[in-house]
Write a protein that binds this ligand. Structure first.
Ligand code: SAH
Length: 236
């Protein structure tokens, strides 16, 4: 944990509190236990879990620190990344976690109870359906995702959730700039505008990381997101 504290300090210039560090330790232990039984994530070594799950999730802080986020949705959260680490970083946010695979949302539900995190809602479902639900549509300050889909497809999942004036954040690797370029038209169609590409390096990771930030400048037309499966099959 000392290492995560040092790496977080170096990357983000913030000091993790004792509560934050012990909560991350607890999360890692539970993840390891469940991974043995259910293989929730592809990453297993403690070193990689620390950097590629936790530090990588924390890196969103670079984009979110000045916005005092209040309602955040993490779509395709898997075993809780990046949503739960962000909740640990910003304990006051209201967080919604969505995934279409039941064993993953079961794990998320278990872990938020285990860690005693309040203000977290876990939903087993598809982004395409939830994005039409008025309880969730255009009601978030941030919609975030990592490793779910290429950017134009992902924008159709995420932008419907974002309030006008809010933002979406896509965590990307080497392909970030090219995906951003290719998605410009889709983003505009959905009411977004490409705002910023933040480049970063994680210690010991050769691949570049990019945080792609898209601002919501107009409401998303009612026909988006299209039916389940269509955004993947025919990306805008
Ligand atoms: N964000 C996590 C998991 C990435 S794997 C991480 O970075 O570790 C992608 C996840 O997205 C899978 O768990 C899959 O079930 C979920 N997913 C893909 N398309 C989805 C959709 N349309 N709606 C909801 N969840 C989806």
């Amino acid at each position: 944990m000392k290492k995560l504290a040092q790496e977080t300090q170096a990357l983000l210039n913030i000091e993790l509190s004792p509560w934050q560090l012990s909560t991350v330790t607890h999360y890692m232990r539970e993840l390891e236990k469940w991974n043995e039984r259910y293989s929730l994530t592809a990453i297993h070594s403690p070193e990689k879990v620390r950097v590629k799950h936790f530090l990588d999730s924390f890196s969103c802080y670079r984009m979110m620190k000045n916005t005092a986020p209040s309602r955040v949705i993490d779509v395709g959260t898997g075993a809780g990344f990046p949503g739960i680490p962000l909740k640990i970083l910003f304990p006051n946010i209201h967080l919604t976690l969505v995934d279409s695979v039941k064993k993953k949302t079961d794990f998320c539900q278990h872990i938020i109870q285990e860690l005693g995190l309040g203000g977290v809602e876990v939903i087993h479902g598809r982004a395409e359906r939830l994005g039409k639900d008025e309880k969730h549509r255009e009601s978030y300050d941030w919609a975030i995702a990592r490793a779910v889909a290429q950017l134009s497809e992902l924008s159709e999942y995420l932008l419907p959730f974002v309030k006008v004036g809010g933002r979406m954040l896509a965590m990307k690797g080497d392909s970030g700039p090219a995906e951003a370029q290719a998605a410009v038209e889709a983003i505009e169609l959905l009411g977004g505008r490409l705002r910023h590409l933040e480049h970063l390096h994680l210690p010991g990771v050769t691949e570049d990381r990019y945080l792609v930030v898209i601002e919501k400048v107009a409401p998303t037309p009612g026909k988006y997101p299209r039916r389940v499966g269509v955004p993947a099959k025919r990306p805008l």
